[in-house]
Design a protein around this ligand. Structure first.
Ligand SMILES: NC(=O)C1=CN([C@@H]2O[C@H](COP(=O)(O)OP(=O)(O)OC[C@H]3O[C@@H](n4cnc5c(N)ncnc54)[C@H](OP(=O)(O)O)[C@@H]3O)[C@@H](O)[C@H]2O)[C@H](O)CC1
Ligand SMILES: [K+]
Length: 523
């Protein structure tokens, strides 16, 4: 499903009326009606005590339309308007007029919110229609007090379009924000509903169809979309291991033995063909006993047990043999090893996955990545991408998607920006918001499994963009699968690795289960 930023929605609105003659009034009527419809789907409207908290913009207008629909179904609706009535929009004014003529109790809250607070506590349902995509500054004063009162009401809260106070594009809370049980968003989901903390404020998201033409909903100019599964290529009967990708993993050290194991073995468990692990010779016997299907290339070590620079030529030979190269997991930050990584990055003429210490090696030396011809996939978490670019985590959090789009273009790379939710960016500036995964996965080793799965998706024959985003989806799905079996605290890299084959079988045989679990509901 496409995801629409505020600017996208404004363009869609413009086109809806200029190109199709679909007026804002029609859109508002459908929007408000969809909010009422959601509420009627879980509660009998007659006698239902509903409090609508409406701003003076069109978000408020939607709330007033919902008030009218619910009242006409017999609900007991009280409406509170917050804001300067001099600035009320035309459409909000028209709908305010309609409900007043219907005799609905409407109160304009200027300063004292005691009446409103009392009503909020008595309400069965509160409709939050203060701000939507028009939020353009931190919430303060009376609005902040009203939002606190809504959050403290203990009533079920339905937010109109976006929980008021959440930035629709970035998911940041602008001072204070409504914590909703449900959000009914119009036309297409906004990024801020899918990125934390906005995602946490949205509750269950329903995407309401309000009669935008399909062409607008699927417009190629919409650069963000939810990360939906791609069709996995069939494993043909008459094939041999080389057909599913020959992957070279340059990983591990005497200190980190799990990382190379998780990445090289996950590749095989996610369908990869030939897994070759070039690692510190000292740990090969141990790893060999853990994963005998992996082929090992013992490497010369530094005194502290990291991969030494002397291996450079041998590694370039191995890269020639491979279809895919992954470099970084568990390498350590020993200077000699980082120098080796920096020298290898521009010389490896195959798709290269850079993770963990491999990213540390190129931090501040991004031209090494820019001058690569073969595809590059980077898999940083927030801290790593901050080190990589020198931009603070706080700055990145202000606009993750904008930051990622710029970085992918600059580095001509596919970048997995791990987090909640993980984002996948492509060099052409497309962004995929991944909806699988859970906080239990934020553990050592989890990222190493992802490296192996990306290599496996490439080995299965997906193109780089599809392979990267499908791997992120599979990885999160595996994490959710283990969390459902073991509880969220039991999600470990080895458990995730073990369930990879089952997750792939699920995606091959029952993709509808995926959609049922992860797709945003439409209304
Ligand atoms: N195309 C659609 O998706 C449809 C959208 N609809 C609904 O319309 C809103 C957007 O309505 P809009 O009037 O543009 O803005 P809001 O209602 O979100 O905000 C109202 C005004 O509030 C002011 N504002 C912004 N931030 C703050 C703040 N922190 N404190 C106080 N006031 C604030 C701002 O006006 P200013 O003049 O003060 O800047 C906003 O304009 C959309 O979300 C949907 O719900 C249509 O009804 C259906 C189709
Ligand atoms: K709202």
């Amino acid at each position: 499903m496409k995801v629409a930023r505020v600017e996208d929605i404004k363009r869609m609105d413009e086109l809806a009326s200029t190109k199709y003659g679909i007026s804002q009034e029609i859109l508002m009527e459908n929007a408000g009606a969809s909010v009422a419809r959601l509420i009627e789907s879980f509660a009998d409207a007659s006698g239902l005590r509903v409090v609508v908290v409406a701003g003076v913009g069109n978000n408020g207008g939607d709330g007033l339309v919902a008030a009218r629909h619910l009242a006409s179904q017999g609900a007991d609706v009280n409406v509170y308007i917050i804001g300067d009535l001099e600035k009320i929009t035309t459409l909000a004014r028209i709908n305010l007029d309609r409900i007043m003529r219907m005799g609905l109790p409407v109160e304009h809250v200027a300063e004292d919110i005691s009446g409103l607070s009392e009503e909020l506590h008595q309400a069965d349902v509160v409709i939050d229609a203060l701000f939507g995509i028009g939020l353009n500054r931190p919430v303060s004063g009376l609005y902040a007090r009203v939002i606190d009162a809504v959050n403290g009401s203990g009533s079920l809260v339905v937010s109109v379009d976006i929980p008021s106070g959440v930035n629709g594009d970035t998911g940041q809370v602008m001072g204070v924000a409504v914590k909703a049980d449900y959000t009914v968003t119009f036309g297409l989901p906004k990024p801020g509903l899918l990125i934390y903390p906005g995602a946490e404020h949205a509750g269950e998201i329903y995407v309401a169809r309000i009669s935008y033409p399909i062409e607008l909903l699927e417009d190629e100019n919409l650069v963000i979309e939810t990360n939906d599964p791609v069709q996995l290529p069939e494993r043909k009967p008459d094939t041999h291991k080389g057909d599913y990708g020959k992957a070279l993993f340059i990983a591990g050290s005497r200190r980190y033995m799990g990382a190379p194991l998780f990445s090289a073995y996950s590749f095989l468990l996610a369908g990869g063909g030939y897994s070759r692990l070039a690692t510190a010779s000292n740990i090969v016997p141990y790893l060999g006993s853990k994963a005998s299907e992996v082929v090992y290339e013992p490497l010369l070590e530094t005194p502290s047990g990291s991969i030494s620079y002397a291996n450079k030529d041998r590694l370039l030979e191995l890269a020639e043999w491979a279809d895919i190269v992954a470099m970084g997991p568990g390498l350590t930050t020993e200077e000699e090893t980082l120098r080796l990584v920096r020298d290898l990055v521009p010389l490896i003429k195959k798709p290269l996955i850079l993770d963990g210490d491999g990213l540390t090696a190129v931090a501040g030396a991004l031209e090494l990545i820019k001058k690569r011809e073969a595809p590059t996939i980077l898999t940083p978490h927030l801290g790593e991408v901050s080190r990589l670019t020198g931009i603070s985590v706080e700055r990145i959090r202000e606009d993750r998607i904008g930051f990622l789009r710029t970085l992918c273009r600059e580095l001509n790379s596919y970048i997995v920006l791990k987090g909640a939710h993980t984002l996948v960016g492509t060099p052409s500036g497309k962004i995929y918001v991944n909806l699988t995964g859970n906080p239990g996965m934020a553990k050592a080793g989890s990222g190493d499994v992802l490296v192996g799965v990306i290599a496996a998706m490439l080995g299965l024959g997906l193109d780089v963009g599809e392979a990267t985003r499908m791997a992120v989806l599979v990885h999160g799905y595996a994490g959710d699968y283990v969390a459902s079996l073991e509880g969220i605290d039991g999600v470990t890299a080895s458990r995730m690795m073990r369930v990879l084959p089952r997750v792939l079988r699920e995606l091959r045989e029952n993709p509808e289960d995926f959609y049922r679990t992860y797709s945003l509901q439409t209304l």
